[in-house]
Design a protein around this ligand. Structure first.
Ligand SMILES: [Fe+2]
Ligand SMILES: [Fe+2]
Length: 356
């Protein structure tokens, strides 16, 4: 991640200029970091038939292609999500708040500092100017800035964040799976939760990919970031799984913060393309989250995604508090004397004594 952000540094000014121009004029096909933006209606073949108007678009409809169109075969009608989403109530989604768990150990502190560094470079790469920064003393909880981000800037942040967020769960799940095979011991329920987390993050990414198409520069950044991130996490998880879970939890704190700020800016009327009643979110999202009719606006979508991130935050902070070898996963366990814990309601995670 660090190597690619360093690469972005030299290119960022040029791309940011394009981004600003594209967002301001709404007439260019590409914007910052090589991201081509488009209305999600244009991304769906079905939508193209129904309507030719796209409400968040800087690309002529004829030039934006569906980045991953559904495969048409003679026999298959539809491929449903392999890991169905459990769903949320509106109350669960709106009660999510950004928060920060203070580091308590050196490992916590190191994990927190790495996330801070990543956020610093992310802000640089997306050309956030000083007025767009939130209060630096409360970087994961303050959501008010003097100047809002544009839809284009938000999408770049979402895509980059989600493209790396799907990695740790897969690494952790894979290593615990191999460990269970090698040691011929039960895993006690961690693997599935970790793999489901990475699946869920990939669904976030695929949803945003229906709203834009990355250019070569963005693709290069994502490939580089994945290479560095996967290999670093692989080694780190073998050596210090607790620290990795804490690191992921801090990354999720950033995700909750990002989506909360985006919701705030939508509420304030700063993202008119997304609050336009005609704006349509992608079908893939409606199907995955089972979003009810009447609750399919961009804000609803971000509420769902933010609730997912809050769940990952609580799960990983909790996992960071547990004995990695022996403790069962409390989130898939049945308790003798209490309900199953709800990670999205526990921003700092559960302490080991609460759930084991
Ligand atoms: Fe995500
Ligand atoms: Fe997440």
């Amino acid at each position: 991640m660090i190597s690619t952000t360093a690469q972005s540094r030299s290119q960022a000014p040029r791309h940011a200029v394009k981004l600003a121009r594209a967002a301001a004029l709404g007439s260019h096909s590409r914007c910052g970091l090589g991201l081509r933006l488009g209305g999600c209606a244009a991304a769906s073949r079905q939508h193209r038939i129904v309507s030719s108007s796209r409400h968040f678009s800087s690309t002529p409809a004829t030039r934006l292609r569906d980045f991953f169109p559904a495969k048409d075969t003679p026999h298959i009608q539809r491929t449903a999500p392999a890991w169905p989403h459990h769903g949320y109530t509106m109350e669960e989604m709106t009660s999510v708040v950004p928060s920060h768990r203070q580091p308590r150990t050196f490992g916590d502190w190191a994990a927190w500092k790495i996330v801070r560094l990543a956020r610093f470079w992310m802000d640089k790469a997306t050309r956030m100017d000083r007025a767009q920064q939130v209060d630096k003393r409360h970087p994961t909880t303050a959501v008010v800035a003097d100047k809002p981000l544009t839809e284009a800037q938000w999408l770049i942040r979402f895509v980059f964040l989600e493209s790396i967020a799907g990695v740790p769960g897969m690494v952790g799940g894979m290593l615990r799976h191999l460990n269970s095979l090698r040691r011929m011991k039960r895993d006690n329920g961690w693997i599935e939760t970790l793999l489901e987390e990475s699946y869920n993050e990939r669904m976030h990414l695929l949803t945003f990919m229906k709203m834009c198409e990355p250019g070569w520069f963005m693709k290069l950044m994502i490939i580089g970031a994945q290479g560095v991130f996967f290999n670093s996490l692989f080694v780190a998880y073998l050596l210090q799984p607790k620290v990795v879970h804490r690191f992921v939890a801090y990354l999720e704190e950033e995700a909750v913060h990002t989506y909360t700020r985006a919701i705030h800016e939508m509420d304030e009327g700063h993202l008119p393309k997304w609050t336009d009643p005609k704006f349509r979110i992608p079908d893939i999202a409606i199907g995955y989250w089972n979003m009810p009719e009447g609750n399919r606006a961009m804000k609803d979508l971000i509420l769902y995604i933010r609730a997912d991130e809050a769940g990952h935050r609580g799960v990983n902070h909790t996992f960071g508090n547990l004995n990695q070898r022996e403790d069962p996963n409390p989130f898939v366990s049945t308790f003798k004397d209490r309900d199953v814990p709800k990670p999205s309601l526990k921003p700092a995670g559960y302490e080991r004594s609460d759930v084991i």
